[in-house]
Design a protein around this ligand. Structure first.
Ligand SMILES: Cc1cc2nc3c(=O)[nH]c(=O)nc-3n(C[C@H](O)[C@H](O)[C@H](O)COP(=O)(O)O)c2cc1C
Length: 193
């Protein structure tokens, strides 16, 4: 197959940019994700699927706690892509100075976003390099009249240096994933709580 031919199609399957927050044993964190999709046809039983890479510090917090919150970003929140998506919570407290509050699950919900979904994980599937979490949306709201932000648009709006930094980071992660994707563990997921 010529992979370049399907790249425009694959690229459109990513979701708007979200800051994914989590909390476990007193430690809170945030990362960026675009591998998010609606996963329920019942309007009053909303669900999402969210794919989180195992190399991320957030993976440990979400896998252990069974909870996450999706905070979808607006175009005027571009700086959060770099602050949350290009460094790890292992190295710094990324939520320091960021306005957050807790709702149903206890995950930090950003005070400012396009909208948010506070979610309880109901199951998880191992993908080798990442875990695909299926989660009930327990509460949420759309808090802004602005539009959500997509990575393909944000890439044209952020400084060149951020794009170069991202290209270096993703190139390293692609090599890790290339090896780990084949190592799928079919054991069932069980939250630590
Ligand atoms: C545009 C963009 C999209 C991303 N999408 C995802 C994603 O869908 N899933 C994921 O696990 N990581 C994704 N990441 C990577 C994490 O946000 C990044 O590795 C982060 O530094 C992890 O932080 P942590 O170690 O504190 O959890 C994305 C990053 C960016 C910049």
């Amino acid at each position: 197959m010529e992979y370049a031919r399907i790249a425009p199609l694959m690229g459109r399957l990513w979701s708007p940019l979200a800051a994914v927050t989590s909390r476990w044993q007193g430690k809170a964190n945030v990362q960026i994700a675009v591998a998010i999709a609606a996963a329920s046809i019942v309007p009053d039983m909303p669900r999402v699927v969210v794919q989180i890479y195992k190399t991320n510090f957030s993976h440990h917090l979400i896998y252990s706690s069974g909870a996450l919150a999706l905070n979808f970003l607006r175009a005027d929140q571009l700086h959060l892509i770099k602050d949350f998506g290009m460094v790890s919570g292992r190295d710094r407290d990324k939520l320091e100075g960021v306005g957050v509050h807790a709702e149903a699950t206890g995950c930090p919900v950003l005070d400012d976003s396009w909208g948010y979904l506070d979610c309880q994980v109901v199951n998880a599937m191992d993908g080798g390099d990442m875990t695909c979490f299926l989660a009930d949306v327990v509460t949420g709201d759309v808090v802004s009249n602005d539009a959500p932000l997509w990575w393909r648009d944000a890439r044209r709006m952020i400084p060149d240096e951020w794009n170069r930094e991202w290209d270096r980071k993703i190139a390293r992660e692609i090599e890790v994933s290339r090896e780990r994707m084949k190592e799928i563990d079919p054991s069932p997921w069980k939250s630590a709580e």
